[in-house]
Design a protein around this ligand. Structure first.
Ligand code: PLP
Length: 323
């Protein structure tokens, strides 16, 4: 038996740490979606999680396990998306200083949200500076602990608690689909599925423009690509992580892709039919189900909605353009 970077015990321990801190998000159903697909769909709504995405789970689980020395030093990350806000909020709740490295042309809503949670922002030039190198230099100079957005066992275990909650509510499922970027969410959820619903098939969904995960699973090696052009900004990763891929290759059956147009149609579906605001990346798994990328007919299917952080004006524009 191979040893994987995380076990179900790690997910269960993360769930204990998050008790009373993370929201136990609702699982919603839709008669319309069930009729459209011929399946019984269970939507796990992490768009309603604290700070608007599942990323709070992993970030909090990682910082909560800092040694007293690490807590005194502070945390740093170089992601500008939902992970930045998750780190800033988790750090504040745990009384730890947070430094976030962001490109100086990052959307102002993200900068403000991160600042609002008390994070110190260090700007860099995305065309001339390497954010990873800068993050590592700052970490060393200022005694900060670096928590990356996905390739870290504590982050992965935290993300898996979303699926643990889902299975505890629905019981056995035939299929579970989650969005896929760097694989923190998918690897954590697949670990929970393996323990709680061993017969459940786990599928990752990534943007068509960046199918590195699909190619990695097929070839057995991590495939690197250029930053893909897609509306799914939370899944614009260039490659899976070493830890996440080790779990994905063992526990995930298939990776499918969806187009940006399918993501927008799904955003519109959620808004009009289920009264949910879901960001493009958050729609990946649902788009695969609603657009027939996976055979779901007659099955009980878990669908992870990963986040809802989208500028409202942008949301309106996208939905309107979809007609
Ligand atoms: C980060 C993110 C993802 C991708 O998660 P990974 O763990 O990198 O695979 C999907 N959806 C949203 C909303 C995210 O913020």
């Amino acid at each position: 038996m191979s040893t994987l970077p995380i076990t179900f015990e790690d997910v269960a321990a993360a769930h204990e740490r998050l008790r009373g801190v993370a929201h136990h998000t609702p699982v919603l159903t839709s008669r319309t979606a069930n009729e459209r697909t011929g399946a019984q769909l269970f939507f796990k709504c992490e768009n309603l999680q604290r700070m608007g995405a599942f990323k709070f789970r992993g970030a909090y689980n990682a910082i909560a396990q800092f040694t007293p020395e690490q807590k005194g030093g502070g945390v740093i990350t170089f992601s500008s998306g939902n992970h930045a806000q998750a780190i800033a909020l988790s750090a504040r709740l745990l009384g730890v200083k947070a430094v976030i490295v962001m490109p100086h042309d990052a959307p102002s809503v993200k900068v403000e949200a991160t600042r609002g949670y008390g994070g110190e922002i260090v700007f860099y030039d995305r065309y001339t500076e390497d954010r990873e190198a800068l993050g590592q230099r700052l970490a060393a100079e200022r005694g900060l602990t670096l928590i990356p957005p996905y390739d870290h066992p504590h982050v992965m275990a935290g993300q898996g608690t979303a699926a643990k909650e889902l299975f505890e509510e629905t019981g056995e499922l035939d299929l579970l689909l989650t969005p896929l970027g760097g694989g923190g969410l998918l690897s954590g959820c697949a670990t929970a599925a393996h323990a709680l619903a061993p017969a459940c098939t786990v599928i990752g969904v990534e943007p068509e423009a960046g199918n590195d995960g699909q190619r990695s699973l097929q070839s057995g090696e991590i495939v690197h690509i250029d930053t893909p052009k897609t509306l799914a900004d939370g899944a614009q990763t260039q490659h899976l992580g070493n830890y996440t891929f080790a779990v994905i290759r063992e526990r995930v059956s298939e990776i499918v892709t969806v187009s940006d147009a399918e993501l927008v149609e799904t955003m519109k579906f959620f808004a009009s039919r289920m009264k949910l605001v879901v960001e493009p990346t958050g729609c990946l798994a649902a788009a695969a189900v609603l657009h027939g990328k996976v055979d779901v007919r007659g099955k009980r299917v878990g669908v992870l909605i990963s986040g809802g952080n989208v500028d409202l004006l942008r949301f309106a524009e996208l939905v309107q353009a979809a007609g």
